[in-house]
Design a binder for this molecule. Sequence first.
Ligand SMILES: C[S@@+](CC[C@H](N)C(=O)[O-])C[C@H]1O[C@@H](n2cnc3c(N)ncnc32)[C@H](O)[C@@H]1O
Length: 211
Amino acid sequence: MSFDLLAPHYRWMEALCAAGQLQRCRTALLGAIPAPQQVLVYGEGNGRFLVELLRRFPDARVTVVEASVVMINLARARLQRSGLECAKVEFIHADALTWKPPTAVFDLLVTCFFLDCFRVDQLQHLVPTIASAATANAHWLHADFQIAPAGLRRVCSRVIVGVLYAFFRCVTRLPAHELVNVAPYLSAAGFTRWQRREFVLGLLFCDCWRR
Ligand SMILES: C[S@@+](CC[C@H](N)C(=O)[O-])C[C@H]1O[C@@H](n2cnc3c(N)ncnc32)[C@H](O)[C@@H]1O
């Protein structure tokens, strides 16, 4: 799996397919959480969320775990262009499936359109690993796609998500081939859903979980 090939095209593709909706979704609950001191971001991509995170919380220290070196370079460049302090951000080029985070250090965890990259058997291991990095009062921002429960919306969301998986599996060799509801894994890891915002008729959601 690698997003390196896709990374240079990610921004314009997002603009074309989703206008500003993905970014609205990623950042929707930043205003609802208390200012974090230590943030752990998985699969940040090209840095659009990171810039907004640092604009809102300039004192936060941020660790980014990202498997694509091209994405990391794009995120670094975006930070520099934004005039934000890069010294506060540590980029770790690693596979989240094997990288071990330090225990109980981060008061904010972030997974935007990241957990949808994994199969059930991988999430069973990955979600508790991510949760182990959280402090006792941590928040967890999680944004992703979802399939609507019924009706025409269900048909449309299944088609859209199906096309996205076919595309990403082809271009990035993504291991996952369907959306997994990760809520039971976050609950099992000791988190409770606190807030939810939905976008594009419920196709996108941003949840804030907390301990
Ligand atoms: C679908 S993109 C989402 C990017 C961004 N968070 C967003 O909201 O658009 C998934 C990101 O997770 C990264 N990623 C996927 N699998 C990974 C893994 N096993 N370890 C670390 N990063 C991974 C990819 O390189 C990519 O940047």
